[in-house]
Structures are given as C-alpha cells and as structure tokens.
Ligand binder design. Structure first.
Ligand SMILES: NC(=O)c1ccc[n+]([C@@H]2O[C@H](COP(=O)([O-])OP(=O)(O)OC[C@H]3O[C@@H](n4cnc5c(N)ncnc54)[C@H](O)[C@@H]3O)[C@@H](O)[C@H]2O)c1
Length: 275
C-alpha cells in the first residue's frame, strides 16, 4: 500500500543491523514510499554484512560511522550529501546499546564507565547527529528527524536499567534541540515510543518475553509491530506532519494509558494467590 508519500525526499538512516531491526522495516517502507537514502551503522555492525542486502533492496549506499564520533559523523554527512546530490530531508536515529544491560549488571551496581557509554551511544549521539547536521547545514527547511524511545523514560521497568536514563535524556534532547533547530531552520524533531519488539537490542533486555507479553495483554490494540512503527515514521518524514515537533509519540497500542486490563485480571484472578 505505497502512496508515494516520500517521493523526492532524501534521507539518512542509522541503525539497521539485520532484518529484525526496526530501522530495517523503516528503510523498506521509506523506499516503497519513494525516498532515497544512505544507510549507516557502526563498523562492527557492518561486519555482519546483512545491511548490504537491505542496501541492494532499497538501491542505497552504506557508509560506516560510529555515531559517537563527531569527526566520523562529519564525513558521513558530507558523503551522504555528495551521494544524494544535495541536502537531505529526513534522518532516522534508531540506535541504542547498554553495556550494563548486555552484561546483566544489576542496576544498583552499575558500572559508571559503561553508564557513560550507554548515554553516549543511546542519547548523546542524537545531539551529535543534530549538531553536525546543523553546522553543515545538511537538512532542508521543514526536514524531519525521528528517534526511537521506550516508555521506561517515564515509568520504571525493573530490568531496563540504565537504558531508562538514556531514553529520558534522549526525549529531553528531542525537546531542547527541537526548539533550537525549529527556530533556526524549521527542522522538526520527534521521538516514537515503541512497544516491546523482538530485535537484537530488545532481546538483550533481561526478561524481554515478560515485557513483550505483559504489554501485549495490557494494550487494547496489542503490541505495535515494527511494521506499524515504520508506518508512523514514514508519516513523520512526510509533509503531512509539518507542524509536529518536540513530541514523544506513543506507538504502543494504548499501553501508555492503561492501568490494568481484563486480560491481566483474568490471568491473576485464578492464580492461587492468597487474598
Ligand atoms: N526492540 C524494542 O523492544 C524497542 C522498543 C522501544 C524502542 N526501541 C529502540 O529502537 C532503537 C533500535 O533498536 P532495535 O530494537 O531495532 O534493535 P537493533 O539492535 O536492531 O538496533 C540497534 C542499532 O544500534 C546500532 N548501534 C549500536 N552502537 C552503535 C554505534 N556506536 N554507532 C552506530 N550504531 C550503533 C546497532 O548496530 C544496531 O543497528 C533503539 O533505540 C531501541 O532502544 C526498541
């Protein structure tokens, strides 16, 4: 069901690792809607080689960059503009990683060097991307930047650990940079808070299956898939959402407005728990 929503638009997509990545689905849908873009990921991720299948499918080029390295981002933006023949219209920031989560370190014993890495990769990298883009004047007026968040920015999810801090900071950068880039260049910046989704990053969170099924049972519409996230992203990159900026948009089937659902009541009512 493509509608040419992004015909003539050029972009830069960070974070497609394999076919389960949310960024992968977004790239496929952006391509189907007529966009041209460059794909970027870290040098380590490119060694997995899956991204080259996506590049082939979407007729795009791949450029390696560690998103935490400003000099690599500068080169990436210069090259992207050369390849696409000018400034871009949209950026997808779909990047996150916590060494504390990966290594299963309990929250109350966080390794602070790892915490810095978590914040740098998962939140500050958005600031770096935006700062470099603004400095190089790489985004056309009314361009759109989207990043991916999770409701642990607002609420406590016991095993989400320091990624919760990263998401809170990420959403704060969306608002702060959204103001400055909006005033300076009419660029809009938003985050999409996505349901638990089976991906490499998602599966790294301890108890991911519980996150997934609990949210699915709680949400009136069930969990939002990465395909539905791609639909929202494409709309956010299009000219139909020009006045939306500095927002955190929940693509979560209604989870964020819920307290308890009948499905969960039914599960606990006969659980044998004492009154
Ligand atoms: N999967 C979920 O349940 C879920 C839910 C809500 C939000 N999100 C967010 O969606 C985004 C994408 O994650 P995903 O679930 O698609 O998993 P994923 O593992 O497919 O994507 C994470 C990406 O970050 C990239 N990355 C890590 N370090 C990097 C670096 N230094 N430089 C450049 N790239 C780097 C990885 O290579 C990978 O492509 C993340 O921000 C994640 O927190 C995921």
């Amino acid at each position: 069901m493509a509608n040419n929503l992004l015909k003539g638009k050029k972009g830069l997509i960070f974070g497609a690792l394999d076919e389960h990545s949310i960024a992968w689905k977004i790239a496929e849908k952006a391509h189907a809607e007529g966009a041209e873009f460059v794909l970027s990921n870290s040098p380590i991720a490119l060694r997995m080689k899956d991204i080259y299948q996506l590049a082939k499918k979407t007729n795009s080029q791949v450029i390696a960059a560690d998103i935490t390295e400003v000099s690599e981002l500068e080169d990436l933006f210069e090259e992207t503009m050369q390849i696409l023949g000018g400034k871009i219209d949209f950026i997808l920031h779909s990047v996150g990683m916590s060494p504390n989560v990966r290594k299963n370190i309990p929250y109350h014993e966080l390794n602070y060097d790892y915490l810095e890495k978590t914040l740098d990769v998962s939140a500050i990298s958005l600031h770096k991307v935006l700062a470099v883009a603004q400095r190089l004047d790489a985004i056309n007026d009314w361009g759109s930047v989207v990043t991916l968040s999770y409701i642990a920015a607002q609420r406590t999810f016991s095993s989400y650990s320091d990624m919760a801090h990263a998401k809170a900071m990420l959403e704060s950068i969306v608002r702060q940079f959204g103001y400055h880039y909006g005033v300076n260049k009419k660029i809009r910046i938003n985050s999409i808070s996505q349901s638990p989704t089976r991906t490499t990053a998602g599966a790294g969170v301890s108890g991911f299956n519980a996150f997934f099924h609990y949210a699915d049972d709680m949400s009136p519409l069930g969990n939002a898939t990465s395909d539905s996230c791609a639909d929202v992203c494409v709309t956010m990159f299009s000219d139909y959402t020009k006045m939306i900026t500095m927002q955190n948009i929940y693509n979560d089937g209604g989870f964020s407005s819920m307290g308890i659902s009948n499905k969960l009541i039914e599960k606990f009512i006969d659980c044998g728990c004492k009154e």
